[in-house]
Design a protein around this ligand. Structure first.
Ligand code: AMP
Ligand code: MG
Length: 405
């Protein structure tokens, strides 16, 4: 699509262009411990029922309910204890009428028993036990397959694997699951002014912060990040750095060097090499680029920290989630009443840093629109989205929010 220099690409168009760079990631079986946040690609059925055998829900005594029918606190029934069944015992003798087996929670219920008397209703004896209450048949028994019948689908394809889903997969016997592997992202920050946090600054230098922010955002989305932090504004050094890592990653995300000045290293290096540089109708974060360098998908983000962070949110995060097989790739949204008036440039979708209250009634803008104001971003819990045609929003108006975290 042609974009004359005056025309801006819409947020939606650029988002689609970035998403279109990534193929669905390859599927492989992966150990459960490494599946958190990944997406299951096939329906998962239970090879065994859950529970796999009838077992006791209490520490106590396995009995025949009929044998303790008359028991009460004043007139207990005493039974001989003929076996001891801790959890983990795999061969259990049958219960003979008129006897009890001591049994622990999770232990197999012996054939012939139809109820458990919890230990608190007995004297706790090991040779003989005094039972001080009657119990109905079925009391404190957990039955085979009552949670999951054998062969049932336990997790559907498309499920995002969180702690309970991983626990369930293990409970029915899976050691590994078929998932799309996490995307591997090379995060590369350019700028000859950037130095390592923890070292002294010379006048004109700043601490490099985008790479740590972007790598954390990659990990939060479920990917892994390789970081190259101090690539100077030099085309050959930049291309050399990228090419030495290109084979190990699925996506290159750069920060800086894409706007209209001189020394725009990313633009200079990638123009004419398969990456298209555009202006997107968004604030902050207008100058953007995406494409392929020697086949490697590349997304180039502007260098101002809030622009880089917001561009990642808008363009990169949904693309990564989509490639991982997530069907929901957007942050949750809400609406709330704006506490003070805002202005927004015509023809651009503006995102303003803000905080909403707990009840999501009111939203307070935090700081101005400047794309270098990182502290206000760190103090925000949402973004106010002001649509392209809107130039003024008055206090008291209901606005759209993108909820962060
Ligand atoms: P650029 O897009 O390279 O022109 O950078 C825009 C602004 O963002 C400049 O003020 C840069 O110093 C700053 N900046 C660029 N990259 C980083 C970075 N990795 N960490 C912190 N600030 C940066
Ligand atoms: Mg720069």
């Amino acid at each position: 699509m042609a974009h004359p220099s005056s025309a801006r690409r819409s947020v939606t168009e650029h988002r689609a262009a970035v998403a279109g760079l990534l193929e669905p990631l390859p599927v492989a079986d992966r150990e459960l411990a490494d599946c958190l946040g990944l997406v299951l690609v096939r329906d998962l059925t239970a090879p065994v029922p859950l529970p796999p055998f009838d077992n006791s829900a209490m520490d106590g005594y396995a009995v025949r309910a009929a044998d303790v029918a008359g028991a009460g606190a004043a007139d207990p029934v005493t039974l001989p204890v003929e076996a001891d069944i801790p959890a983990g015992r795999t061969e259990v003798p049958a219960l003979r009428p008129g006897t009890a087996h001591r049994i622990m929670t999770g232990a197999p219920v012996p054939a012939g028993a139809d109820a458990i008397v919890q230990v608190e209703l007995t004297d706790g004896g090991t040779e003989r036990v005094e039972i001080r209450a009657a119990v109905a048949a079925g009391t404190h028994l957990r039955f085979t397959g009552e949670d999951v019948p054998k062969g049932a689908v336990v997790l559907r394809a498309g499920t995002v694997l969180g702690p309970p889903q991983l626990g369930l997969a293990a409970a029915v016997g899976y050691a590994a699951l078929p998932v799309r592997r996490p995307p591997r992202v090379l995060v590369l920050s350019t700028g000859s002014e950037l130095v390592e946090p923890g070292t002294a600054l010379l006048p004109g230098q700043i601490y490099e912060s985008n790479s740590v922010l972007l790598a954390a955002a990659v990990r939060e989305a479920g990917g892994t990040a390789t970081v190259l932090r101090f690539v100077p504004d030099d085309v050959d050094t930049f291309l050399g750095a990228v090419r030495s890592h290109a084979a190990e990653v699925d996506l290159l995300v750069t920060s800086g060097g894409v706007s209209a000045g001189a020394y725009e290293v990313v633009k200079d290096a990638l123009t004419g090499r398969g990456v298209e540089f555009v202006k997107v109708a968004v604030q902050p974060g207008g100058p953007q680029g995406c494409g392929r360098l020697d086949g490697l998908p590349v997304v180039t983000l502007p260098g101002n920290p809030v622009s880089a962070a917001l561009s990642f949110e808008l363009f990169v995060r949904p693309a990564l989630l989509g490639a991982m097989g997530h069907t929901v790739v957007d942050r949750p949204r809400a609406r709330a009443r704006l506490t003070s008036a805002l202005r927004s440039p015509a023809g651009r979708r503006q995102y303003r840093r803000a905080r909403h209250d707990e009840g999501m009634v009111e939203v307070v803008p935090v700081g101005g629109p400047g794309s270098h104001l990182l502290a206000s971003f760190a103090a925000s819990n949402c973004l106010i989205e002001i649509p392209e045609p809107v130039t003024e929003v008055t206090a008291g108006t209901e606005v759209d929010l993108v909820l962060l975290n």
